[in-house]
Each structure stands twice: as C-alpha cells, then as structure tokens.
Design a protein around this ligand. Structure first.
Ligand code: SAH
Length: 562
C-alpha cells in the first residue's frame, strides 16, 4: 500500500494539544499537524470536519496519531474497519502526553510507533498485543532483511504458542536472541529461517532471509519472469531476493527498473565487469555464486545489507512548492521531499520546503546562482544520491527546471545523463492568484516576466505591445524590483495604449503565504508603488469584468466567449 510508509498525520482538536503534537513531531519531522479550523493556530494544515478528515487519512493509508479520546477515534473509524485492505497504524495520545495507546495497524508497526512516541514523551506505551507482551517481540513483524512467508499461518502459529506450545528455532534468527520464547529442543513447533523454496508446514513459522542477489544483464524483455525462473531453478524462495544488481553502464535502462518494480526489490549498480558472475563476486565477497536458468545469482550467509551494496541510480527532482501554503503543494512533491537526501535552492524556498530530518542535507544558495546550483545538483545525483531542487510555484515557470535542463544539455558526462531526472509541477503564482480573485485567466492569456536580467528590455516592450494588442489577459511575474524601479511604469504605458482605463487589474501579494493580500484596481488607478517583487499582476482583457460578492469583496473573471 503506497501510503503505508508515508509520514504520519498528527490530528489535534484544540490548542491544548499543540505542545504535545510538536513533541511527537520530533520523532517524525515530515509529519504534519492537522488542526481544527478556527480552534487551532500554528498547525500545518487545517480541517473543518474531524470525521471526514480522519476517515480520509485512514483510507489513504496515512499513519494517524490522534490527540483525543480513544472512543472518538474508534467510533469515527468503525464504519471502515470491515473493509479489506491493509490498515495504517492508528494511535491515540492523551492531550497532555500522559498516555500513548496503539489502536490499529499491528502489522504496520503501530507498537513500534507507540514505543517511540512514548519514549519521546517520557511515558510507557499501552501495548496490548498478547504475543508481543508475552514474547517481547512481534513474531509476525520480523526485522528488516527478513520476510514472513504467510501472515495467516503466522497468526495461527502465534496463538498456538500463546496456548502453551513450545518452539525451537531452525536457522539463524539473531533478533530472537532477546525474545522470551517458550523454547525447547523437543518442541514440535519451529521457527524456520532460511532462503530455500519450501512449502511451510502447519507447525512452522516460515521466515525468509533476504540473502540472495540476482545480476541482471542489460536491456532485455521479460526480465522479472527470468529472475523468478532462475530463483525457482536454484531452489530459492522469491521472498529471499534482497535486490537486483546491474552494471552502471545500464543504469538508465527502463527494462531493469521495470523488473525491480515488478519484483518489488531495490535495484543497485556496480562498476562494469566482464561477466555477471564477476559483477556479483566483486560486490558480494564471500557469497556463493551460482547460475540458474541463464542468470547469475549470489547467495550470502546472512541478509544482504542492500544500502551498502554498489549504489543506487541517482535521482534529481526539480519540484515546485506552489505559492506557499502546504495545502497547495501537490502530493508527489511532498513524497519527493520526504525521500530527498539533499535539498538545493534559494534559502527562502528551502526553508519553506522544510522541516527536514537530521539526515537530510540542505544546500542553500543565493537566488542568482542558478546554473551553479543546477550543476551541483547533477554532481550529487551522479553519485547516487536523491536530490531535490526547490522552486516556488511551478519549477518550469521562470524557475529552476529550465536551468537544470540547460546544464544537462551542455554536459557530456555520461553519469549526468544516467541520472533519474524528473520535473514535478506546482501551482504557479498566476494560477494561485487567479483562483483567489475568481477566474481572470478564464480565456486566452499571456504569461510574461518583466525582468530584464536574462533578456533585453526591448524584447519585453515588443511582446507587451503585441500581447496587449492581441487582447490577451496579461500575467506579469517579476513585475518590479529595487534595481529596476521605473520599468513597470513604462510597461503599463504600453498596455494603456491598447486597454481601457476601466480594465480590471488583480494584484496578489504573498498569495498562499502569511500576510497575503489581494487587491482589485482599475488599470487607470494602478500605480507602480502598489506593486513589489512579491506581487503577481494580472491585467484583464477587454472582456474581463468584476462584480461585488456577498462578503464585501469582489469577483473578477474573463468570460469563456467573445
Ligand atoms: N516559479 C514561480 C515564479 C518565480 S518568478 C511560480 O511559478 O510562481 C518570481 C515572481 O513570481 C515574483 O516576482 C512574483 O511576481 C511571483 N510570485 C511568486 N510567488 C508569489 C506569491 N506567493 N504571491 C504572489 N506572487 C508570487
């Protein structure tokens, strides 16, 4: 389930819970505090209906930490509990932080979360899971590097142990050394840890150790099936597959990534070798190397430390934060920020994109060093890191996406070309401003930056003249700055040659940010002093109109017809 590993939502109902919510967030820096609209200030997000919000989060698979009475949460989620599908962890925490109660999501790690939160709050978690209490570990939730073969069979197995059966461990299960299991050499029940392909018997808990790596050749079709065939031929369970390994030269090959996705394992890369066997031997010294069904595989003694094996394909995402408000950031961007190892950008935007975890590196630079920032981003991503370059609004609108592509286009470094580059869109300032004003961009419009930093002013004048003549609605980015205070006046003179003084103009300042303002004036009233570099200017066309709304403000729109 996609949302299962996503950052938790901390849901609060009143200001009394804010301090506790913030302490919990120390454990999960990417978590967002959802506050009840009108009752809570300083939350990250605001909701108006508690029930709908909680059910929505649950259905998306978002882990929920609710600071309220357990009964409220139980009643709210009850209608959803019959539904099939995996459930995210759900916990309730007393408003004052004195109690931490895991409610749902035992297999999603709710007890681990409860213990972490309880530790941060200096209290004991209210763990109620019998097996976990009795044995000191959740047998159905083995640590990283191991996978349970069958959850239903596992549940039966744990009830047998709770009912008094004794158990013996076959294979190596170091994490059980600390557990209080009813161990006996004569036990009929066994916990079997291994990588062999075998049917689980009624009396055993079968746990696969992820100690196998398969080497992939370059591009080919049906690779995932080939891997499955090769594992079967070698007598190895699919769940024992830790990762796939390929040569760095093939890093950008889509077929390899499709195979890894189909098999749901990581794909790692190593320096090219003459044969697949040598590729594996160099990456996994000491492992047994075999060939089966045409592929080479390595079987290690213990689970493979995938993070230390070769390196991953580096990723560079150029993201748009939207205008500022967290609700206007697209979910794909949030997910990208959570996985980022390095975050690059103008300091204001990097701060807006946070908070970040201690393991995430922030590289703040001046707003003007764009090409240098783009090259730095590629250097980091080419080492295998997951890098994010931050823009406000949309990254493709007068922002970093074009700079990043320009840097790539100019480079002949194959390592840069192999980086997994993606541009993730955001809500641009013109769209965010237009939405607040109504629909001024409801018909054909033209987007321009009035900055002459990167283009001659004469081009700006020419485009303004033609766009105004064409009766397009005009959206001005970078309308004015301290270093060019007089240009906006010149620009407006050009527009006024073609537009009536009554033409509505929308001025949005700091839209989606604290202290935002939205003004509607006529073109005749518009003065350059009303505008600064944090303002978006939308000049209407001949058909743009305005009318009063019930709250004393005004709507502005451009009809879809002419
Ligand atoms: N990539 C950004 C634009 C960068 S250019 C985007 O898509 O929104 C910077 C200009 O955008 C500013 O000078 C201002 O005109 C406008 N702008 C950016 N954020 C804004 C906001 N929150 N409110 C109003 N205007 C904004």
């Amino acid at each position: 389930m996609a949302g299962m590993n996503s950052a938790p939502a901390i849901v609060i109902l009143g200001p009394g819970s804010l301090a506790t919510a913030q302490r919990i967030r120390q454990c999960y820096p990417q978590a967002q505090i959802h506050g009840l609209q009108g009752r809570v200030e300083q939350a990250d997000l605001y909701y108006s209906v508690f029930g709908d919000t909680l059910r929505g989060l649950y259905q998306q698979g978002t882990p929920i930490i609710a600071l309220c009475a357990a009964g409220i949460v139980i009643r709210t989620l009850a209608p959803l509990l019959d539904e099939k599908g995996s459930e995210p962890p759900v916990l309730v925490v007393a408003e004052d932080g004195s109690a931490v109660v895991p409610l749902l999501g035992g297999l999603g790690g709710v007890n681990l979360m409860a213990r972490d939160i309880a530790q941060a709050l200096g209290v004991a978690a209210a763990i109620t899971t019998s097996g976990e209490l009795r044995f000191g570990t959740c047998l159905l939730n083995p640590p990283e590097g191991y996978a349970l073969a069958d959850i239903e069979q596992g549940k039966r197995f744990v009830s047998d142990l709770l009912a008094g059966e004794s158990v013996r461990v076959e294979g190596s299960a170091p994490w059980l050394d600390q557990a209080q299991l009813p161990a006996s050499e004569q036990a009929l029940r066994t916990i079997h840890v291994g990588s062999a392909l075998r049917p689980a018997s009624r009396d055993e808990l079968l746990i696969h150790a992820r100690c196998v790596v398969v080497a992939l050749p370059g591009a080919a079709t049906g690779l995932a099936q080939q891997v499955r065939d090769s594992l079967r031929a070698a007598g190895i369970a699919e769940a024992a597959l830790a990762c796939l390994l390929a040569s760095e030269d093939d890093m950008a090959e889509p077929a390899l990534h499709e195979a890894a996705q189909a098999l749901n394992v990581p794909l790692r890369f190593a320096a090219p070798a003459a044969t697949a066997q040598q590729l594996l031997a160099a990456a996994l010294p000491g492992a047994r190397i075999e060939s089966a069904a045409g592929l080479a595989l390595a079987v290690a003694e213990a689970p493979v430390a995938v993070q230390q094996l070769g390196r991953p394909r580096g990723r560079l995402a150029v993201i748009g934060l939207g205008p500022g408000a967290a609700e206007l950031m697209v979910p794909a961007v949030k997910a990208e920020l959570a996985r980022a190892q390095d975050i690059l950008g103008y300091e204001t935007y990097v701060r807006m994109a946070g908070p970040f975890r201690d393991d995430q590196v922030q590289h703040c630079t001046d707003n003007r060093e764009e090409m240098q920032r783009a090259r730095h981003a590629f250097e980091l991503a080419a080492q295998g890191r997951s890098v994010v370059v931050v823009s406000s609004g949309d990254p493709g609108v007068f922002a970093m996406a074009a700079a990043v592509l320009e840097a790539l286009h100019a480079s002949s470094d194959p390592a840069w070309q192999r980086v997994d580059l993606e541009i993730l869109p955001g809500v641009s300032a013109s769209l965010a401003t237009a939405a607040q004003a109504g629909a001024p961009l409801g018909h054909d419009f033209c987007v321009m930056s009035l900055s002459d930093n990167l283009k001659p002013w004469s081009i700006i004048e020419k485009r303004l003249d033609l766009a105004a003549q064409a009766d397009l609605v005009l959206a001005f980015y970078n309308p004015i700055s301290k270093s060019r205070p007089h240009q906006l006046g010149v620009a407006l003179d050009i527009v006024r040659r073609h537009r009536d003084g009554q033409t509505p103009v929308v001025l949005g300042r700091d839209i989606g940010r604290p202290g935002q303002t939205l003004k509607v004036v006529s073109l005749a009233e518009l003065q350059p002093q009303m505008v600064d570099m944090r303002t978006m200017v939308l000049v209407g066309s001949s058909t743009t109109c305005r009318f009063d709304r019930a709250d004393g403000r005004e709507w502005v729109y451009t009809p879809r017809w002419y």
